[in-house]
Design a protein around this ligand. Structure first.
Ligand SMILES: Nc1ncnc2c1ncn2[C@@H]1O[C@H](COP(=O)(O)OP(=O)(O)OP(=O)(O)O)[C@@H](O)[C@H]1O
Ligand SMILES: [Mg+2]
Length: 643
């Protein structure tokens, strides 16, 4: 079984596996270490098929179609977002028919692709996986991702905050972490769509996350947008046309602006031509770093604001920060690095691989969680960002069970005094207690717990209900072991003395979360398997068709070159005409036939050429026997795939 971690990014995803005592980032089918759905290559394709290309999948996960965040995302998408079974999805053309896929299905498809990439590399079954999420993901998004993983046939062991995963990578890979004095490090990640950061306090063998901060709408795409708007304004002024009203032209402009942004990280000035951008008009983009820095100053100010928020949340001062580790593609922008250096009085550190630290951390966490491999013990404690309260019915009131900043994975035991006014079932709801801190549109309710008791349970004044609560390693709220405890004074052997004895009755608990019903997930999973099989079949058909085409061209070339000495003119004429007929068939009625027919056609052609090859092989053998005594050279038969 593979031990695997996915960095599920908005633009770029990476897969890392733990094997042979190390962590490797895996290459995909085009030998790339990143798998994008909005990266350079995919975006070039997107220009050609923009209505059917869905990007920014992590931004849509778990969202309802009417949430404000979805309207924002529509501005970055070139396909039409739509609703499917109440959640957001995309309307695309699939197999030449209109279809709507929900975000869970789309993410399931993408994760299934990452799974296939992993399998192609490890040749081991892929099931358990740790997947990264931004720290601003609430319960709803995390649970949707877990559903999508299940659709892809994966068992998501945990959803981990990106920066926490990078902290694990840092803590486990670095050899100079002290055992006595904690080393305080800020992990700062700016990716394609968001800024995330945390303060991690490292000791040898452990990391404690002291706090998180983020700006969920500040990423590389916002820097691109600043440039795109600047150029669009210029175009509007000079040509009186607003590029922003034309989806395809805007997409080409955005792709160009991303290129410019990256180039300006290395040099001071650049120029890019966009031919026939709109209405046949060419557009030349000229940009200087200084101008870009001025245009994007307010974005860099927001990076600073988030850093100050983080220091306050983690209750730590600038002086106590030992280093600031930067990760994520966007931290390559010089003005961001300069601002960090200005705040901390020292350069940002690049100890971590900016592109791969998150996936490596995920893979290491998978190794920690998995019984399949043995890794050095490593303790990681994350913190709760959004405070959580529990609200009970029957006038039980509410209690904040996890204030912001409390440790995840620490179990808290809660006690509730019961009296005759209370009857089972008892209902509790977990809610986020600070609505102002939540991303707009996030519902406050997280989960519902219904506690039931055995019919014969007697409740008296000394009955208390006790339960354990914790936020697990995936950042999800869990209530376990509900029980009724009755403590009574029981006489002891010693005369006149009594001791307290507690009688415990276990209660049952039903938990309702944001997870989809099992039957719905199974239906999506079946559909995903059917689509994968269909894709595989199409790929196999293409493969067989290409094999016939290749054979025709290769055999035609060899007919005069290599086979003339072993065949009569008549034989060659007849073989040549068979190739011609096969070619006509391939581009005519055989253009869209099944795999078997291509296999049959290839076999037919091979049987025509087999005698020529056999004769060449015979000749080569004879020549090699004759020449063995006199020459060190051997004669080789021409190579052709005849199997
Ligand atoms: N040299 C560079 N200079 C400036 N920006 C860069 C450079 N290289 C990459 N980027 C930007 O980094 C971003 C991609 O970073 P990354 O791969 O970390 O994103 P992601 O993980 O997919 O996104 P997120 O973490 O927000 O979900 C893009 O906006 C890209 O343009
Ligand atoms: Mg990222």
């Amino acid at each position: 079984m593979s031990v695997v971690g996915f960095d599920f990014g908005t633009q770029n995803s990476r897969v890392a596996v733990v094997r042979g005592g190390g962590v490797d980032v895996v290459c995909n089918e085009v030998s790339d270490r990143v798998t994008p759905y909005a990266g350079d290559a995919a975006r070039t394709l997107q220009v050609g098929n923009f209505r059917n290309t869905v990007i920014n999948l992590p931004r849509l996960i778990g969202r309802l179609s009417d949430e404000p965040a979805v309207a924002v995302e529509q501005g970055f998408e070139t396909c039409q977002l739509a609703e499917k079974e109440g959640v957001v999805g995309a309307a695309v053309s699939y197999r030449e028919e209109d279809a709507v896929f929900s975000n869970t299905e789309l993410v399931g498809m993408f994760l299934s692709k990452l799974k296939a990439i992993t399998y192609a590399e490890t040749k081991l079954p892929v099931s358990d996986v740790v997947i990264s999420v931004p720290s601003y993901f609430t319960e709803k998004e995390r649970r949707s991702l877990i559903d999508a993983a299940e659709v892809a046939g994966l068992n998501c062991l945990r959803t981990v905050n990106d920066t926490t995963a990078a902290a694990v990578c840092y803590g486990m890979m670095k050899t100079d972490i002290p055992a006595d004095k904690p080393k305080n490090v800020i992990i700062l990640d700016i990716g394609f769509s968001s800024l995330k950061m945390c303060v991690a306090s490292f000791l040898k063998g452990s990391a404690e996350i002291k706090g998180h901060a983020f700006d969920m709408s500040l990423g590389g795409r916002d820097f691109d947008e600043v440039l795109a708007n600047h150029f669009a304004e210029h175009f509007l002024e000079t040509k009186k046309v607003d590029i922003r009203n034309n989806k395809k032209a805007l997409l080409r402009l955005r792709v160009a602006c991303e290129k410019i942004k990256k180039i300006l990280s290395g040099i001071q000035k650049t120029k890019l031509d966009l031919e026939a951008l709109i209405d046949g008009e060419d557009f030349t983009l000229v940009a200087e770093r200084a101008q870009f820095e001025e245009l994007s100053m307010s974005l860099v100010d927001r990076v600073e604001k988030t850093i100050l928020e983080l220091l306050q949340k983690a209750n730590i001062s600038v002086e106590d920060i030992d280093s600031v580790e930067i990760i994520g593609g966007c931290t390559r922008i010089p003005s961001i690095k300069a601002r960090i250096a200005q705040i901390f009085g020292k350069e940002a550190s690049t100890t971590l691989n900016a592109d791969e630290a998150v996936s490596r951390g995920c893979a290491l966490l998978c190794a920690i969680d998995s019984p399949l491999v043995r890794v050095r013990e490593y303790k990681i404690a994350d913190t709760v960002y959004f405070p959580i309260k529990l609200v009970g019915d029957q006038n039980l009131g509410e209690v904040e069970i996890f204030p912001a900043g409390s440790n995840t994975c620490e179990t808290h035991t809660f006690t509730l005094t019961l009296d005759h006014s209370i009857s089972f079932p008892l209902n509790f709801e977990a809610h986020y207690s600070d609505l102002t801190s939540l991303p707009a549109g996030t519902p406050s309710q997280i989960a519902k717990f219904t506690v039931t008791a055995p019919k014969d349970l007697e409740i008296n004044e000394s009955s208390t209900m006790v339960f354990d609560a914790h936020v697990n390693s995936s950042g999800l709220v869990d209530i376990t072991k509900p029980r009724v405890e009755v403590t009574t004074a029981v006489p002891t052997d010693e005369e006149g003395k009594e001791e307290a004895k507690t009688h415990v009755t276990s209660l049952s608990i039903k938990v309702e979360t944001f997870r989809l019903p099992r039957a719905t997930v199974q239906k999506m999973k079946d559909a995903e398997i059917a689509m994968s099989l269909h894709d595989r079949l199409i790929a196999e058909i293409d493969d067989r068709r290409n094999a016939v085409e290749e054979f025709i061209y290769e055999a035609r070339n060899k007919l005069e070159e290599c086979y003339s000495e072993v065949s009569s003119e008549q034989e060659r004429e007849s073989a040549g005409s068979a190739l011609m007929t096969a070619e006509d068939w391939l581009y005519g009625e055989g253009a869209e036939v099944g795999k078997e027919e291509y296999v049959k056609k290839l076999d037919e052609l091979k049987s025509i050429f087999k005698p020529f090859i056999s004769r060449i092989v015979e000749r080569a053998k004879a020549a090699s026997v004759d020449s063995e005594a006199s020459t060190p050279y051997s004669v080789e038969a021409p190579q052709m795939d005849m199997d």
